[in-house]
Each structure stands twice: as C-alpha cells, then as structure tokens.
Design a protein around this ligand. Structure first.
Ligand code: PLP
Length: 447
C-alpha cells in the first residue's frame, strides 16, 4: 500500500527510469526500438509493483530464478551483514561464505559430486563444464538436444537448441544436436511413451556412433528442459542416456540452471530419474539471483584430472563473498521453511489438477505438463493438428492478446513462443497460487 505522496514519487522515479532506459540501456534479445520495458519499482514475496505502484503476482519468478520470492528478509540481511565485513576477494583466497556455500550445495548432491567451481551465472557455468569435459576426455564434440537452452555466451548459445542460436551459430563450435523425447510433438512418430523412449534412445545411439564416440566429450541435457517447454522426459530415457555415456566414456552434464534448487519439487531435477551426472551446472535458484551466482559441481573422477595439473580457467568474481553469503542464507531459508516440499505439494495438489481441468475446458490449451512450481501450458490453434498459437521462435497477435489479458488481470506471466509457463516462487501460498490460477482460467476459457 502506498500513500499519495509515495505514489507521486514512485511515478516520477518510474518515468525517469523509463526515459533513461530508452536513452541509454541496450536490452537482451530485443529489437531496441520496438520494446516498452515495464518499470518494476518494488517487490516483496510473490508480488512485484510497477511504476504506478500496481501489484502483479509474479508467476514468472523473473527469469525463473526468484525461487524464494522477492526480498526474503533473511537473505537481504545476510547480504547486508556480509557487505559490512568483506565485499570482494581474489578467488585464490579461501573465504568462510564460499566454503559454506560449497558445502551446502555438495551435501544436496549425490555423493560423488564434492567440489564446486563458482561462476557468475548459468552460461559461464555451461562454458566451464564443457571445458572440464573436454580436458578430462581429450575429446572435442558436445552433444545437445534440440529444444533446449544453455545460455547466451559464445559456447553456450551454440550448444543451445532453440532458435535464438540461429543468428549466433558459429557452425564450427563442435556441437551436434539431437532430438530428445517430447511425446506431444514427437519427432519419432511415436504414440506411446515407451515408443518415444525407445526411438529417442536409438536415435541418440546412432548419433553417437555416426559422429564417432571417440570424438565426443560430453552430452549436456537439461534434466527437465525449461525455457524450451518443460517437457518431463521418461525416467527410462534419462537412465538410457546415462548408460550410453558410460558405454562410450562420454561425460554426462546435467544443466540444472533453471530446474535446480527446488523448482521441480526436488532439490535437483535429475533426482526424478535416479541418474547421477558427472557434472552439474547451476545458477538462478542457488541464491534466487539476489546477487549473480552460478557454478559447476564436479565429480570426484573429473576432479582428479585437475588434482595435479592446473585447471586452465577462472573468473575475477568466482565465489564472490556477497553472492556466496546470499546462497548460504537462501539454501538455509529453503530448508528451514520447507520450500522444496511446498513446491512439490502445491504442484501436485493445486497446479496439476487445476491445469488439467483447464485443458479439458479451454479450446486453446493443447497440453499441460510439469512438476513442482514448473509447469507449461502449450497453446494451440487447433487441438487436433496441435498447430501452435504462435510459431516456434516467433510471436502472434493471439498470443499477445492472451498475455495482455493476463497482465490486465494482475499477473506477471512467463511467456515463450506459444507457451505460458507457471513458474511462481516455491514459497508461494496456496491462496496466492489459486488467485493467480483463477486469472489464467478466466483468460484461457474465454479466449
Ligand atoms: N542453462 C539453462 C538451463 C538456463 O535455463 C539458463 C537461463 O535461462 C542458462 C543455462 C543460462 O543462465 P544465465 O542466463 O544465468 O547465464
């Protein structure tokens, strides 16, 4: 609640922020003159406030990172406390908050993953994981699935399997893409999950054989592809990938940047499939993005490669004290407040049932899928043909209309091509969640 004076100040600040943004800020993934960025002036819990002081339920968690919601008091306090003591150090030194963050992360991973290399975010975590895999195997190629996102830096965008790669593609980056399982839009003409699994694994095996197993350093997979559509793979598929990696001596990298740290209702999303990766990349949820932070968890086997030979890589801000202090506070808050359990419970008892009922009622909801606080609504023009409401890689007037109505209903949605992703904070209350889903239900049944 803002009083009149506060509102006036808020509006003036927002106008200035907007004008200066348009004058001086260059935005990600945008045609610079065609955007009108929404000013966000404040945030708390599951809500953000725009330049008019209007509240929006943050069903995007920004870029699916504010897993503990906005302005969690314990994390804000931990950052302030750390700022009083030590803001930055050369990563060559040891530091209490970095050591503790590494311990807390390792303890939540399988027992072979005991060392953490910290980065500034997800893309550089992917860069370093790939570098480690290449040095460990002495091989060059990386296999990655279509319909994936791995980051915006040079190697990571080439590894990415979505259209944002096209205009960045180096062509010679040593990356080979393959189709993963996605029954609703099956590339294998499968009609059952068992068929999809078998054919997708056969396709991956042939890809490995025809590329030359002795040339392949790594297979990188989002355990549950996020930006590309939250397609939960069959357990047998993931176990098959692990077995293929073992058979051919390939490093298996689980990219948990989006799905990790509780998003899917487990600490890490590969846990759904009982597989143990060799390298795990993470960012976003590790500290809810309060300060930029990411990293790579490294298996003991790969660690040994660099035990007596120097690892050729580093970052000035690796293991930054403010970022690590916020990670320690975040992980402790998630544990103490049962946020992962809350996400799993509300996903199963509220989001899943409500979205499945919505799919029955709405003529434009083709499929809903997800787990925890990680759900996608796949919008179509026609339920029979499954033609997307917006083309893959593009936008459409109909999609814009849906998004406009959600915003008018007080929702800040996550949108990707023809999909709406339901990705609120893990600690959202059942009341807030239901209120938000009421808006989706109204908009999508009327559309
Ligand atoms: N990997 C995955 C699975 C992601 O979802 C993202 C970002 O959305 C990244 C990597 C890149 O992370 P960042 O934007 O922090 O560089």
């Amino acid at each position: 609640e803002f009083n009149e004076d506060e509102l006036e100040q808020l509006r003036a600040d927002a106008q200035r922020a907007y004008d200066l943004d348009r004058a001086h800020v260059f935005h990600s993934w945008s045609a610079q003159k065609q955007i009108t960025p929404m000013v966000i002036s404040r945030a708390e819990g599951s809500y953000v406030y725009d330049g008019e002081g209007r509240p929006f339920l943050d069903f995007s968690s920004q870029l699916v990172n504010t897993n503990i919601g906005h302005q969690h008091p314990k994390v804000v306090q931990a950052i302030k406390d750390q700022a009083d003591v030590l803001c930055t150090i050369n990563p060559a030194h040891a530091n209490d908050k970095r050591s503790e963050a590494a311990r807390l992360i390792s303890e939540r991973l399988p027992e072979n993953l005991n060392h953490i290399f910290f980065t500034n975010g997800g893309a550089d975590a992917v860069e370093h994981a790939v570098r480690m895999a290449r040095l460990h195997t002495g091989r060059r190629k990386v296999l990655s699935r279509y319909r994936s996102y791995h980051g915006g830096t040079e190697q990571a965008i080439n590894i990415t399997g979505d259209p944002r790669r096209f205009r960045n593609d180096a062509g010679d980056a040593g990356v080979v893409h393959f189709f993963g399982p996605f029954l609703y839009r099956s590339e294998f003409h499968a009609t059952t999950e068992a068929e999809e699994t078998e054919r997708a694994l056969k396709h991956l095996r042939r890809t490995i054989e025809l590329e030359g197993p002795e040339t392949i350093a790594a297979i990188i997979l989002e355990s549950i592809p996020g930006t590309a559509g939250i397609m939960i793979p069959p357990k047998e598929y993931m176990q098959g990938v692990r077995a293929l990696a073992d058979e051919f001596g390939i490093v298996y990298i689980a990219d948990e940047v989006m799905a990790g740290f509780g998003r899917s209702g487990k600490w890490f999303s590969f846990e759904h499939f009982d597989v143990v990766p060799d390298l795990v990349t993470f960012a976003k949820g590790v500290n809810s993005g309060y300060i930029p932070l990411g990293g790579v968890a490294i298996s003991d086997d790969i660690y040994d490669t660099f035990a007596d030979v120097s690892y050729p890589g580093g970052l000035t801000y690796s293991g930054h004290p403010l970022a690590c202090a916020s990670a320690v506070a975040t992980i402790n808050a998630m544990e103490d407040e049962g946020m992962v359990e809350n996400a799993a419970h509300l996903g199963e008892t509220v989001v899943g049932p409500r979205l499945r009922a919505l799919a029955e009622k709405s003529s434009i909801v083709g499929e809903v899928r997800g787990a925890g606080m990680f759900w996608a609504i796949d919008l179509v023009r026609d339920k029979e043909t499954r033609e997307e409401l917006a083309p893959y890689g593009g936008a459409s007037a109909e999609m814009n209309e849906v998004v406009g109505k959600l915003k008018a209903g007080g929702i800040l949605p996550f949108v990707n091509f023809n999909r709406l992703h339901i990705v609120p904070p893990l600690n959202i209350t059942a009341e807030e969640l239901n209120a938000g889903l009421d808006v989706y239900e109204k908009v999508l049944t009327e559309a």
